[in-house]
Design a protein around this ligand. Structure first.
Ligand SMILES: N[C@@H](CCC(=O)N[C@@H](CS)C(=O)NCC(=O)O)C(=O)O
Length: 246
């Protein structure tokens, strides 16, 4: 009999790739400890545990073995507990390709679009902590905090408008992956967990919901990630920036 080494997941609470990793741990029925880090000091702690270049979350300690990044974590969990499979045959390669796309292309939109929208509705930042809209003093704090997030994530009005113009094609791609069977089946694949987590975050932005709601992509997001706090009211983005197809 083999015993599973102790599993410790390092997260920042609202992070979508952390949701991906945690959903995989739960799906596999594995016991784990979760360490919720504080934004800011998290970078030093992650570097200490996972190595100097690895300051982002999530990270998973498998015993003493550091596994860094959502895709690497899902691959490692599949080795530890193959059942139920995240990369089922015969579609394993298609799943890996979709997961890579979700990590490399779509995932950043789950940062740039909400932070981008909050610039125009800073009082809504309070809803992401599970509270309501911020009071004026809180909104002052949010305005200054959000300036930092725009800088850190390289957000500009031009980039935001370009991200929004490209979003309908990205959602089409998700629906195509579902139609091809790489995700959207009875049990979640790694692609469901990677892509679904990003879509769930995008659903907090009311301006984006008309692009996603009622489509297979929405079903994946809400099925595997039913709860996620945050609500940025409609009309945040300047008129004409969100392209909703007729
Ligand atoms: N593609 C990586 C991205 C990880 C990532 O950028 N995580 C964000 C949270 S969503 C983070 O750690 N942000 C804080 C930082 O950049 O220091 C993954 O899926 O693990």
């Amino acid at each position: 009999m083999t015993t599973t080494p102790a599993l410790t997941l390092h997260v920042l609470p609202p992070s979508h790739p952390c949701m991906t990793a945690e959903a995989a741990l739960r799906l596999k029925g594995l016991d784990y400890d979760k360490v919720s880090l504080t934004p800011g000091p998290h970078a030093e702690e992650m570097a200490r545990v996972y190595g100097e270049a690895n300051t982002t979350v999530p990270g998973l300690l498998v015993g003493d073995e550091p596994v860094h990044g959502s895709c690497a974590i899902l691959e490692r969990l599949e080795q530890i507990e193959p059942d139920p499979p995240l990369y089922p045959e015969p579609i394993a390669e298609a799943v890996r390709e979709a997961e890579r796309w979700g990590d490399e292309e779509l995932q950043d939109l789950g940062r740039r679009l909400p932070w981008g929208a909050l610039h125009f509705r800073p009082e809504a930042m309070g809803t992401f902590g599970g509270g309501g809209a911020l009071d004026p003093a809180g909104t002052d704090f949010a305005i200054s905090f959000l300036r930092g997030t725009w800088k850190y994530h390289g957000i500009s009005a031009e980039r935001l408008a370009a991200d929004l113009a490209g979003l309908p094609a990205q959602i089409d791609h998700v629906d195509a992956l579902i139609a091809e069977g790489a995700m959207g089946g009875e049990g979640p694949t790694a692609a469901d967990l990677q892509i679904g987590a990003t879509l769930r975050v995008l659903l907090t932005v009311a301006d984006l919901r008309p692009l996603i709601e009622g489509r297979p992509a929405e079903g994946v997001a809400r099925r595997w990630f039913p709860d996620y706090a945050g609500e940025i009211p409609r009309g945040a983005f300047p008129a004409g920036w969100v392209r909703v197809r007729a």
